[in-house]
Design a protein around this ligand. Structure first.
Ligand code: 8YV
Length: 317
């Protein structure tokens, strides 16, 4: 029987779906896999369902002799897996696009509103017993409706964010993307991230992550932003130069940042935590019951198709 390894405890319906097709074993830890665990998983199972944090790099794939034929990633981002090295030893990699789109777009809007309207800062003040009562100039933020959002990376998530901003908040949409997109709403493609940053009230990062987008947002994009503008990142932490962001926030060169991802999760720089104008969420992008179930079922369907000899619907290599 085909043996499949689930690298984290997953929702019951996902485990049941996997058990309908495979002999399933689950790793009980919620933390990232250690190198020895990843090597053992490749050696002992036909299919593995890894997640964010399981760093399947070239060294883990090693000499290329493994029992494992497929890594069905739980999540859309697969920058933790060296897909070329996987391919080189005959291992297919799949992901879960679509399942994560709306939830990630929703958390983006949460961050935009929280940052613009100083929601985290206000809640901290109230809980600290420091609220002295309403007055007309208390804790004023930026009004979001009717403003301009600049989306960097106009894939599924970028488009879902743009649509929410356009139709929910009447915002103008700018974007940068590797290719011109055919969109069902008005949006202006900009020639560079800097040009977008100069005009946007909100700069939203929705690129896929990985080597190509490492430190894409640094001094030059942050420096182009306006002092009232907010930077929002729901992609991968290393897309942003965190030191440059901390400097821009500390010096008031931008108004705020809303982050769901960090370069070295779960470590978040103390300097960032100390800033009142940073909204910091613990990678909650897809953290909703139905979404995690849908992601898991999609990963299991990729495994089922693969072992049935079909092309998995979400093959990335
Ligand atoms: C997931 C994400 O929860 O889908 C992604 O790429 O970043 C997340 O929101 C996480 O990756 C699970 O592996």
């Amino acid at each position: 029987m085909t043996r499949v390894f689930l690298t984290r405890p997953l929702p019951g319906c996902v485990v049941a779906a996997a058990e309908a097709h495979f002999e399933v074993e689950t790793r009980e830890s919620t933390g990232p896999m250690k190198p020895a665990e990843m090597r053992a998983a490749l050696a002992l199972y036909d299919g593995v369902l890894p997640t964010l944090g399981d760093a399947f790099d070239a060294e883990i794939f090693g000499d290329g002799h493994h029992r494992c034929r497929v890594l069905a990633n739980f999540g859309v981002g697969y920058n933790h897996i060296d897909v070329a090295a996987a391919r080189a030893c005959g291992i297919s990699v799949t992901n879960t696009p679509g399942a994560v789109t709306d939830a990630t777009a929703d958390i983006t809007l949460t961050l935009m509103l929280m940052s613009a309207r100083r929601a985290g800062e206000g809640e901290r003040m109230l809980r600290a017993g420091a609220w002295e009562g309403w007055h007309p100039t208390q804790m004023l933020g930026l009004h979001m409706s009717g403003k301009t959002v600049g989306v960097i990376g106009m894939g599924r998530i970028g488009q879902a964010v743009a649509r929410r901003c356009r139709f929910g908040f009447g915002m103008d949409v700018l974007y940068v993307s590797r290719s011109e997109k055919t969109l069902d709403f008005d949006a202006r493609r900009m020639e560079s991230a800097e040009a977008l940053a100069a005009e946007a009230n909100f700069v939203v990062i929705a690129v896929p992550g990985g080597a190509e987008t490492h430190r894409l947002i640094g001094e030059s994009v942050l420096g182009a932003m306006q002092p009232h503008a907010h930077l929002i990142n729901v992609s991968r932490g290393d897309v942003v130069d965190e030191a440059a962001l901390i400097a821009a926030l500390t010096e008031g060169r931008i108004a705020g940042a809303g982050l769901d991802v960090y370069e070295h999760e779960p470590k978040v720089p103390d300097a960032l935590i100390a800033l009142e104008n940073a909204v910091l969420l613990p990678h909650l992008g897809t953290a909703a019951t139905e979404v995690r179930e849908a992601m898991g079922l999609m990963a299991v369907e990729n495994l089922r198709a693969f072992f049935a000899g079909e092309e998995p619907p979400n093959l990335v290599n």
